[in-house]
Ligand binder design. Structure first.
Ligand SMILES: NC(=O)c1ccc[n+]([C@@H]2O[C@H](COP(=O)([O-])OP(=O)(O)OC[C@H]3O[C@@H](n4cnc5c(N)ncnc54)[C@H](OP(=O)(O)O)[C@@H]3O)[C@@H](O)[C@H]2O)c1
Length: 257
């Protein structure tokens, strides 16, 4: 059991059904928050996360919200409101975690305009409008936590557009901190390095050489786990982090030092 420091708080975690988002949802649930576990396609995975949180005596519900299309933020908040009677009185929210993201990208020569639009629509436009349209619901003293990437500060030409989305997200974070500070709302980015999730499964899992190489990139000498990121998010969501805002918190285990 966690320490339930978030008792009475309501958290939205996009992409909460798998990978880093699942670990964040579970951790915030253990800390006492009611968690809206948003997913795009894998309802079963989202329901599993919800069940896991409930088994830990937490409160959670699965929320279908496919991001990356015009109107996605409005649909998300509309779906969120459907749970108002049971979970989210007045549609209020205390913690928004913009975690859903896609890594689809290509190098400069091969990236198409559609590919560019898609990665920016999911990784940048969706968080932007989720926050914009969530502002009237977000309680004073609330938290916005954007899941960025170490790729925002490294030159990785093979995933150039992906890195650019995370750079844009970090700039969004910075501006939110300034804009919302007077309401006691903090906004921070968390920037993971290589984390063992489905996104990396095809080249990482069951490949000792790839794992050893990935581990060697981090000063701490191992591949990151979703919980490594979730624990940082839990800190930022807590009252202990009330004086941290507008920052990108590195969650790479010391990669590229
Ligand atoms: N893994 C890494 O090494 C790494 C490193 C740095 C940063 N990050 C960032 O961390 C975040 C999570 O990554 P992850 O590795 O945990 O990814 P993941 O394992 O692929 O999980 C992605 C999650 O996002 C949801 N999602 C994907 N596309 C969506 C869409 N269009 N609309 C709504 N939800 C969508 C998925 O839901 P469904 O299953 O329902 O589709 C799933 O819950 C991303 O922002 C990523 O850029 C990851």
């Amino acid at each position: 059991m966690g320490t339930r420091t978030l008792e009475g708080k309501i958290a939205l975690v996009t992409g909460g059904s798998r990978g880093i988002g699942r670990a964040i949802a579970r951790r915030l649930g253990r800390d006492g928050a009611t968690v809206a576990v948003a997913y795009a396609r894998d309802e079963a995975a989202a329901n599993e996360v919800v069940e896991g949180i409930r088994k830990d005596d937490g409160r959670a519900f699965a929320l279908h919200a496919e991001l990356g299309r015009h109107g996605d933020a409005a649909s998300l908040w509309g779906a969120f409101d459907a749970y108002a009677d049971d979970y989210t009185p007045g549609g209020a929210v205390d913690i928004i975690v913009n975690n859903a993201g896609i890594g689809r990208s290509a190098d400069l020569a091969s990236l198409t305009e559609d590919g560019f639009d898609e990665v920016f629509a999911v990784n940048v436009r969706a968080p932007f409008f989720i926050v914009q349209q969530g502002l009237k619901r977000l309680c004073d003293g609330g938290r916005i936590i954007n899941i960025s990437s170490g790729a925002a500060r490294l030159a990785l030409p093979e995933i150039m557009a992906y890195g650019a989305t995370k750079g844009a997200l970090d700039t969004f974070t910075l501006n939110l901190a300034k804009e919302l500070g007077p309401r006691g709302i903090t906004a921070n980015s968390v920037a993971p390095g290589i984390i063992d999730t489905d996104v990396n499964a095809s080249w990482l899992r069951g490949n000792p050489d790839a794992e050893a190489h990935a581990a060697s990139l981090a000063a701490l000498g191992r591949v990151g786990q979703p919980e490594d990121v979730a624990d940082i998010v839990a800190f930022l969501a807590s009252d202990d982090a009330r004086w941290v805002t507008g920052r990108v918190i590195d969650a790479t285990g010391g990669s590229g030092l």
